[in-house]
Design a protein around this ligand. Structure first.
Ligand code: NAD
Length: 295
């Protein structure tokens, strides 16, 4: 079992590191927050006092951090301290450009690298059912896969450096646009006197069918496990959706792609976030849509 250094023990990284311990890996963990280091210790990891100490002698290093600047700062510190031939995997959601820079940094030091952002949220992190979207060369991906399988159920090799991040932001742009569309459809149905269940029964088996409707329905009732039944507690917070839509817009500008609905979805989620709802599950956007009536 590979010795693993794990840096970033937040909502996602904490349970992911715990699953690696459960699978039998020796995990040395670090976070800036003392309480999170203590939690990792009680989950069975060894706690390091710095990021560089966490990677000493590790065969695989994993980072799970907020944004590109954090990843580049941590990788600049730890990559030179890693054993030659070891592997570093970043599971954070970051911009494609920073991901490519991080890969180049690793290559310069003879370290294999994979960008492997995830889908599945905190529930998936706890249950080890995440989907990993991976970018990197074949050899690095092959080395990363058995480790990622301890934290997820689907591991997809999307292409070279940065391809995992590209897949993540494209997927989440689809998700945001489709959630808004589903929210608009239920809002219109309410005005037309059509029940939630009737719309669900028709659309979930018709051409309007999509994940935002069938697995994550934004009204209480039809899908009992969706956050709509739990006062829109996340789940996947709207602030994180704003982050991913902004990464998608930045990538669209940089690459010259036209994404008019992606841009509009970013504006809608930004307004929801600015109104103080950043901590609400992203399916709560239906309440924002209702509030626009007559405006
Ligand atoms: P979080 O803020 O809970 O955790 C990030 C952790 O990184 C924090 O504990 C912070 O202290 C730590 N950190 C920051 N700088 C550090 C440094 N220099 N050294 C060590 N630790 C450092 O965030 P999260 O919800 O766990 O998300 C992590 C990443 O996963 C983000 O990029 C996010 O976009 C992505 N993501 C989150 C979700 C979700 O549902 N929460 C879902 C998919 C993807």
């Amino acid at each position: 079992m590979a010795a693993i250094g794990f840096i970033g023990l937040g909502n996602m990284g904490g349970p992911m590191a715990a699953n690696l311990v459960k699978a039998g890996h020796k995990v040395v963990a670090f976070d800036l927050v003392e309480g999170l280091r203590n939690q990792a210790k009680s989950d069975g990891a060894t706690v390091a006092e710095s990021a560089t100490a966490a990677v000493e002698g590790a065969e695989v290093v994993i980072t799970m951090l907020p944004a590109g600047k954090h990843v580049l700062a941590v990788w600049s510190d730890v990559v030179p301290a890693m054993t030659k031939g070891a592997l570093i995997i970043d599971c954070s959601t970051i911009d494609v450009q920073s991901a490519k820079q991080a890969h180049a940094l690793a290559a310069k030091h003879g370290i294999g690298s994979v960008d492997a952002p995830v889908s599945g949220g905190t529930g998936g992190a706890k249950a080890a059912t995440l989907t990993f979207m991976c970018g990197g060369d074949e050899i690095s991906f092959a080395a990363a896969k058995p480790v990622l399988e301890k934290m997820g159920k689907k591991i997809v090799h999307c292409g070279g450096a940065g391809a995992g991040q590209a897949a993540k932001i494209c997927n989440n742009m689809i998700l945001a646009v489709s959630m808004i569309a589903v929210g608009e459809a239920f809002t219109l149905a309410e005005k037309l006197g059509l029940s939630h269940q009737a719309l669900f029964d028709v659309a979930s088996t018709s051409s309007g069918q999509c994940w935002a409707l069938t697995s994550y329905c934004p009204v209480p009732g039809p899908v009992p496990a969706s956050p709509a039944n739990n006062d829109y507690k996340p789940g996947f917070a709207s602030a994180l959706m704003v982050k991913d839509l902004t990464l998608a817009q930045d990538a669209a500008h940089a690459s010259g792609a036209a994404t008019p609905l992606g841009r509009h979805a970013q504006e809608i989620y930004r307004a929801f976030d600015a109104a103080g709802h950043g901590g609400v599950d992203f399916s709560g956007i239906i309440n924002h849509i209702r509030s626009l009536a007559g405006k």
